[in-house]
Design a protein around this ligand. Sequence first.
Ligand code: ATP
Length: 320
Amino acid sequence: MKRIGILTSGGDSPGMNAAIRAAVRCGIEAGMEVYGIYRGYEGLLDGEIRQLNRSSVGDILQRGGTMLKTARSERFRTEEGQEKAMQMLETFGIEGLIIVGGDGSLRGGLDLSNRGIKVMGLPGTIDNDLAYTDYTIGFDTAVTTVLEAISKIRDTSSSHERTTIIEVMGRHCGDIALYAGLTGGAEAVLVPEIEFNLNEVCQRIVIGANRGKQHSLIIKAEGVDISSQDLVEAIERKTGRETKLVVLSYLQRGGSPTLRDRLLATQCASKAVELLHADSESKAIGTVNGQITALPLQEAIEQEREVNREMFNLIRVLSK
Ligand code: ATP
């Protein structure tokens, strides 16, 4: 393989830049030309494609976001869109593609792969919602950001002896809430995968307050089946304690990637280049038990995620 392309797609995540840097430099080292495709599948359709050299990716390793920009593309979901994407790849002579993105982006990659181009998928999303990998690129940074916020919110929550609900990202996957709740010492964590009992949550708050707990922090993933404002009102009504809401929103998406995200991104990208250079079939690259893994793309995408119930139960034990 002589010429490969790389694009980032879906929501941005810290570490995408580290992946781009490693893909470009490892690709050049292997004797290939590396092209950057801007604005995800949208840019692919529009031919926003430029060759990158070693210095094009200088000084980005430590930056959040993605220098290639990212987008969501409705046009790409259609038959015509995907045919046009394939034509564009042919026009630029791109023989292999690295796609950094979440579940939807990797599904798009599989569609392209089925049309005949070799695709290496990298798990670039803060959500940690891909079953085939233990961690996704950006998750560690996002949880670290949430943890910092929790520490600050805890000070105020303690001083005012109030309950604070912290809404974090996660429409279908509660991992950000779960990991931040466990390591941040939340009183309760609400995730989309596990039904919650409002009375039990309120009981915990009241029992905790009665035994002298100063603060009460509830971490709620955005995808939980009750609006955060309704939850605030219900908890305030049932516990009689002042309750506030903090929505962390896009704060969780940005920031300099942590060691773990830089490492994961760099090693996944290096593996992707190695596989493209060897003309391998399409794969999804990730990490399992600390090792970098490469599974057939379709098989990886079809794996079903399961929420970590042990972690959920541990939070309940520790926060009593
Ligand atoms: P995040 O987890 O951060 O939201 P994502 O990759 O899951 O990232 P999506 O918006 O689902 O984000 O997908 C990004 C783009 O990938 C979409 O705009 C679309 O162009 C393409 N895509 C998504 N789902 C599919 C699919 N099932 N088949 C083909 N292409 C898809």
